[in-house]
Design a protein around this ligand. Structure first.
Ligand code: ADP
Ligand code: MG
Length: 316
């Protein structure tokens, strides 16, 4: 017998994640009731994953569950917010319990890792698609906005760039090495780094559409330009090999990195690097922000070209 909407809610969503003291009422009523700590702002964000667009219906549901939450937590990380609650809207072609169970394994494991509680959502029938909303707390004056970068600020990124895009490229033809597949299917949001950057970074964004596209967003919001030194980009071995042919597409516009890009005043850069090293957060300075506009790429041979942002746009 197929499960009903209410069976699914009771079995898979009602007690999926732990209980937080600030949840007065969770899944089961018309609304959840939540207590925001005094003096904090609520940071809220929402992202959808549509089958055939962001993932394939045949993809491992556990990975899809992880990623649906991870991309949202990455937005909280980019603001320096502390994650707290999540809402999950699932549209399913049928009540496929095995799929929902595996999806919720991936979703819940990540939620638990960050102390996030699932407090409600919606379950409907239709073409497979997933929408997740997250809420976190941040002291508004310390929140990391896109608009704070200033000329002379150092440009930093976390982790390595282009791995997810390389995994996607390889997946069409060959077996993908496990570490690369992990970067595509199970990105780990940089929540701890985002918290650490408050009070140090002038601006931040998470890299979801590719370095150039997201750097362009920061430049536009801040009214500045930027210079990026390609030989400073943090790259894994496989991506480095791909770039050696002169094709920088993977780290510059690959997308799906979910690393943080941020700007730091030059006087604070050394101290911040020490802080990150102590916290075991891998960060690398890759360039600087400039007066004016536009992104300049400095190639390994010294040549300079314009870095046109070719990020993903659903409507182009
Ligand atoms: P209503 O009809 O009042 O909107 P629903 O019947 O849709 O309520 O949902 C019943 C309860 O189950 C609500 O608390 C809702 O937040 C929760 N819920 C429904 N679907 C999900 C889901 N996919 N994940 C988490 N909670 C859910
Ligand atoms: Mg209702």
């Amino acid at each position: 017998v197929a499960a009903s909407e209410f069976d699914l809610i009771r079995r898979y969503f009602a007690d999926a994640t732990g209980t937080r003291a600030d949840v007065a009422l969770g899944v089961g009523d018309d609304c959840a009731l939540l207590d925001v700590p005094a003096g904090q702002s609520l940071a809220v964000s929402m992202d959808s994953l549509v089958a055939g667009r962001h993932f394939l219906p045949a993809d491992c549901p556990e990975g899809v569950g992880h990623k649906a939450l991870a991309v949202n937590l990455s937005d909280l990380a980019a603001m320096g917010a502390h994650p707290a609650w999540t809402l999950l809207s699932l549209t399913l072609p049928q009540a496929d319990e095995a799929w929902v169970e595996a999806f919720m394994q991936g979703f819940s494991r990540l939620a638990n890792a960050f102390g996030v509680q699932l407090v409600g959502g919606d379950t409907t029938r239709g073409p497979l698609s997933i929408t997740v909303q997250v809420s976190g707390f941040v002291d508004a004056p310390t929140a990391l906005r896109r608009s704070g970068a200033r000329p002379g600020d150092r440009l930093f990124v976390s982790g390595t760039l282009g791995d997810a895009a390389l995994a996607l490229r390889l997946r069409q033809a060959a077996d993908v090495p496990a570490e690369l597949a992990e970067r595509l299917d199970r990105p780990m949001p940089r929540v701890a780094l985002g918290r650490l950057l408050r009070g140090h970074a002038d601006a931040a964004i998470d890299i979801s559409d590719g370095l150039l596209a997201d750097l362009h967003h920061v430049c536009e919001a801040s009214g500045v330009g930027a210079r990026v030194e390609l030989n400073k980009l943090p790259l894994s071995g496989p991506v480095q090999a791909a770039c050696r042919t002169g094709d920088w597409q993977l780290p510059l516009s690959g997308g799906d990195d979910y690393e943080l890009l941020f700007s730091v005043p030059p006087t604070d850069a050394a101290e911040l690097q020490q802080l990150c090293a102590r916290a075991q957060q891998p960060v690398r300075e890759i360039g600087e922000f400039t007066a004016g506009q536009g992104i300049v790429l400095i190639h390994p041979d010294g040549r300079e070209t314009e870095g046109a942002p070719h990020g993903f746009d659903h409507f182009r």
